[in-house]
Design a protein around this ligand. Structure first.
Ligand code: ADQ
Length: 498
């Protein structure tokens, strides 16, 4: 975010993620490809390191091109986003057959791994065809990563490049890269980070090709997860499925004559950027209302149906909140090609209608439901002016909304955060109120407690929450990753040892 955080650099880093840090769109008038920026915290933190260290980003450009050799455009001179300085030669796009990509992405990634890794196996479909597509696309990513590795090596022959592979879309890519790099005689360090939970052994083994996933991930030198529980699940799976020797205390897995480090690396947010947004954003126009806020991708893991029911229960049990409290739920359209997501949208529409139908008075409706994207400014204003944030997923790797909310809580007195114990964020944000989203009655009680919490208690809790997130921001996370890899270069150019 370019603020007070000290500069971090790593020479010759190759970042590999399903998507590039921007997407390509074709301008209808000129027929030219153009870059469209992404606003996520990950891009904000990682892009500057790639740019500065003359690294490369490998990923899908968000468009299927007829000619895969069509050049990537340079950024627009007016571009002020974090990827503006990323030259086109620092981008290696991955292209795949449209149908295979669909089987890989909608089928295997979002139809199988997403529900399975969130411990919802009933929602997972197991298809050999989709798995084959996953293997194929991961191989293509590996091939392109190797291309990138050769390029960074050419640019800076003395550096030992770091390869950083992201998330569940690319779990089996690393092994092929390792083999190819060894054959080419290129020394490099490889790390993987999983942004979603890693499930317990008993769930993981439901996937028919689960051993191949473990072997793929163990192609890296270091494997990172948000929290220790996920690390332990992974170590457990390596031991029980592959028979690896493991060290639970030091989180090490022995595989193929190598020792793979497993590390909890909880992600953070660009804290200062959210503070600045909150400072400059306009007021939210819901006068005299206490706002109970929810912000999520419309996804069945986020517990949206349970949350609406908890709010309904609150109004039934504590009618004093009628006309005083409004629930504002922002649901970002997501994976709209997948049937499960279309069904969830239907269910939400009906539930919002039913609850509003029951409680609406001439001057007030209990739920404001926005199905769509909001700007970063609006989002910051909602976070700032909410009395309560409900972050109640049924399961979630971390959950950045909880962190963004506390960053934006600059009003006095502040609001209250409610988190689910089944989100990584629930594990770390100790001063939040905890609520089990499955227990609707209790959830209603917790919301009531938050709405009526004394000012000094709110202030105390929020101060601690904010302090932690300010220090452990996304740059801290980036540093922790590089430290765990042993490739952090400090401002004076020294490489630090792990
Ligand atoms: P997600 O499942 O996408 O991420 P989350 O961590 O909550 O979930 O991040 C959502 C992001 O989208 C937030 O940064 C939020 O600001 C943004 N957003 C939400 N609603 C928006 C809206 N209406 N308009 C604009 N922006 C909006 C996955 C894992 C998480 C993990 C992250 C990062 O599932 O558990 O925390 O990766 O590792």
């Amino acid at each position: 975010d370019g603020n007070s955080a000290p500069a971090i650099s790593a020479a010759s880093m190759v970042v590999v993620s399903n998507r590039l840090p921007f997407i390509l769109k074709r301008n209808e008038q000129t027929g030219q490809l153009e870059r469209k920026a992404s606003a996520g915290g990950l891009v904000t933190a990682v892009a500057p390191v790639v740019i500065k260290g003359k690294g490369i980003w490998v990923g899908w450009p968000g468009i299927h091109l007829d000619d895969p050799n069509e050049p990537i455009p340079e950024s627009d001179p007016k571009d002020r986003t974090p990827t503006a300085g990323l030259l086109s030669k620092q981008v290696v796009p991955v292209h795949c057959d449209r149908h295979v990509f669909d089987q890989y992405y909608n089928g295997c990634c979002n139809g199988t791994f997403w529900p399975l890794f969130h411990s919802m196996p009933d929602r997972a479909e197991f298809s050999a065809d989709n798995w084959r597509a996953y293997v194929k696309v991961n191989q293509e990513f590996a091939r392109k990563t190797m291309e990138a590795l050769e390029k960074v090596k050419e640019e800076n022959p003395s550096a030992t490049p770091t390869i950083w592979i992201h998330d569940y879309q690319l779990m089996i890519c690393a092994n092929w890269v390792r083999q190819a790099a060894e054959e080419a005689g290129i020394r490099c360090k490889m790390g993987f980070f999983l942004h979603i939970p890693f499930p317990p052994w008993d769930i993981f083994r439901l996937f028919p090709w689960s051993d191949e996933i473990l072997q793929g991930m163990l192609g890296c030198d270091m494997v990172g997860f948000h929290i220790e529980d996920y690390c332990l699940n992974f170590v457990d799976c390596c031991q029980r499925r592959l028979g690896c020797r493991v060290d639970r205390k030091n989180l090490l897995v022995e595989h193929g004559g190598r020792s793979v480090r497993v590390r909890p690396l909880p992600i953070g947010i660009p804290f200062e950027r959210f503070v600045q947004l909150a400072e400059s954003a306009n007021r939210v126009m819901l006068t005299n209302q206490q706002i109970v806020l929810g912000v999520d991708r419309l996804d069945y893991t986020k517990g949206l149906v349970h949350r609406l029911k908890a709010f309904e229960r609150l109004l039934q049990k504590y009618p004093q909140h009628i006309e005083k409290v409004t629930m504002l739920q922002i649901a970002v359209p997501s994976r709209t090609d997948v049937r499960e997501y279309q069904e969830l949208k239907e269910e939400m529409d009906q539930l919002v209608g039913r609850i509003n139908g029951c409680f609406t008075t001439p001057n007030w409706s209990p739920i404001r439901y926005i199905y769509g994207c909001v700007s970063q400014d609006e989002l910051a204003a909602f976070y700032r002016d909410a009395a309560v944030a409900l972050v109640t997923p049924l399961r979630d790797g971390m959950n950045l909304v909880a962190k963004e909310f506390v960053a934006c809580q600059i009003n006095t007195p502040p609001g209250v955060l409610i988190v689910s114990p089944f989100a990584g964020a629930g594990e770390m944000m100790h001063e939040a109120l905890v609520c089990n989203p499955y227990e609707i009655d209790d959830a209603a009680e917790v919301i009531h407690r938050a709405l009526t919490m004394p000012e000094d208690e709110r202030t105390l809790r929020m101060n601690y929450l904010r302090r932690r997130e300010k220090v452990h921001d996304v740059n801290y996370w980036m540093r922790s990753f590089l430290k765990a890899m042993g490739t952090l270069i400090t401002e004076d150019g020294e490489e630090t040892l792990p």
